[in-house]
Design a protein. Structure first.
Length: 286
């Protein structure tokens, strides 16, 4: 019955693993719902900011605001890569890293001097492993990112862009579309490029002036872009982990069913063998 004892041990091990993956799936589901709420709350504010800046934008104002400066040639660029601190989420982190590597390779091929800024242990660990120079890194941002943390990530980059030390700033993160769709996404947040107006322009009463308003709104617009990337990245991670843990739980259930059938067949074979031995021994005594 050595095989039966071995199967019992494997069944127990898979049952314990399934308990863990099921618990992680439930935790990820709960966190994903809260992250989705933060994504939904961040998007309307971003839409209004974009609309206001687009309405106020003019070529004359652009010449007076460094964040609106459109360099003729990009020579120096910063890439901010947002990854998670944890794994067990399928290809979530690896897809973001792949997107970042592709962006950096494209910029380098265009003779752009690229500097890397990384958020998250997974991205930091990978780029350190491959020997990539990292300008700054953060691993202390939790699953509830704040606007203050977004400002800490991008304020220094804004100052350097305004002074001319950088010509562009990119953010690479996951775009949350649904729990099952979290594709990697690259957004160029600097220079600020307001989208074209798509509807009738609104008349605004500007106080004290358009210059004063843009002075406050432009940095807020850039910080909000990074904040949205953080919350969407977190929602994407929780969705990816939920999917990965659900698949792991389902696979564990399938393995358990197979092991239990194998165990039952082995036990039945053992019982049949014992009965045959008893019958054979009884016949020999007669």
């Amino acid at each position: 019955m050595a095989k039966g004892r071995e199967l019992k041990g494997r069944i127990k091990s898979v049952e314990n693993t399934r308990k863990i993956t099921r618990t992680m799936e439930m935790v990820a589901t709960s966190k994903m719902k809260r992250a989705q709420e933060r994504v939904a709350a961040a998007r309307p504010f971003a839409t209004v900011l974009t609309e206001v800046i687009s309405s106020l934008y003019s070529s004359e104002l652009a010449e007076r605001f460094p964040l609106l400066r459109q360099p003729a040639t990009i020579r120096r660029a910063a890439v901010l890569v947002l990854t998670a601190n944890r794994g067990l989420a399928g290809g979530f982190n690896s897809n973001i890293i792949k997107e970042a590597r592709g962006l950096m390779a494209r910029l380098t091929s265009e003779s752009v001097d690229v500097e890397l800024h990384v958020v998250g242990r997974k991205g930091l660990g990978y780029f350190r492993y491959v020997g990539q120079d990292i300008k700054t890194s953060r691993t202390d941002i939790t699953d509830r990112p704040t606007v203050t943390e977004a400002g800490e990530l991008v304020d220094g980059l804004m100052d350097r862009f305004a002074s001319g030390a950088l010509d562009a700033v990119y953010v690479v993160s996951a775009r949350f579309k649904s729990a099952l769709s979290t594709p990697p996404h690259t957004e160029k947040i600097l220079p600020v490029t307001p989208p074209e107006r798509t509807g009738p322009s609104r008349d605004y009463l500007l106080f004290p002036s358009a210059d004063a308003i843009l002075t406050e709104l432009l940095p807020a617009y850039v910080r909000n872009a990074v904040y949205r990337a953080l919350v969407e990245n977190e929602a994407g991670f929780q969705g990816a982990q939920r999917t990965a843990m659900k698949n792991a739980t389902d696979n564990a259930t399938d393995i358990l069913n197979m092991l239990r059938r194998t165990f039952n067949r082995a036990r039945q074979a053992n019982i049949t063998q014992e009965i045959s031995e008893i019958v054979g021994g009884s016949a020999a005594l007669e």
